[in-house]
Design a protein around this ligand. Structure first.
Ligand code: IDP
Ligand code: MG
Length: 136
């Protein structure tokens, strides 16, 4: 049975400033994900804090919010078969050093904090994160 899903992807500031938008989008499309919508946005620190609020108790929260709001990002709605888990696989592990070969983070990630992309971790969070960027 088919299971078409949508998930949220972000091209983070480190990747955008290295002009990797088109390369990353091509890689997504090659891996059977359709880009249904895409927009460039520069979040304020407060907006980044809202987006990442699940991590507010973590020691790296403040740096994470400062980083996500440090420059423009690309937010995208991806659609495909089992898109949430498919995209997590294509994205690779949080720490680029631990990411599998041919994943986005392995190819482009600089470090655990500058790991080039974000991806929703569940179907429910994907809905919430898509609404965060694309409602209205
Ligand atoms: P994920 O992006 O693979 O889902 P999460 O655990 O949800 O990973 O963490 C969100 C983001 O916070 C990561 O993408 C990474 O940029 C950053 N992060 C996670 N763990 C650490 C850490 O130990 N030190 C610094 N930054 C971290
Ligand atoms: Mg996460």
């Amino acid at each position: 049975m088919s299971n078409t899903e949508r998930t949220l992807s972000i091209i983070k500031p480190d990747a955008l400033e290295r002009n990797l938008e088109e390369e990353i989008k091509t890689l997504l499309i090659k891996n059977n994900l359709k880009i249904k919508d895409s927009k460039k946005i520069h979040l304020s620190k407060d907006e980044a804090a809202e987006f990442y609020k699940v991590h507010q108790s973590k020691p790296f929260y403040n740096d994470l919010c400062a980083y996500l709001s440090s420059g423009p990002i690309i937010a995208m709605i991806l659609e495909g078969e089992n898109a949430v888990s498919l995209y997590r696989r294509i994205m690779g592990a949080t720490d680029p050093k631990k990411a599998e070969a041919n994943t986005i983070r392995k190819i482009y990630g600089i470090s655990i904090d500058k790991n080039s992309v974000h991806g929703s971790d569940s179907f429910d969070n994907a809905k919430k994160e898509i609404d965060f960027f694309f409602k209205n």
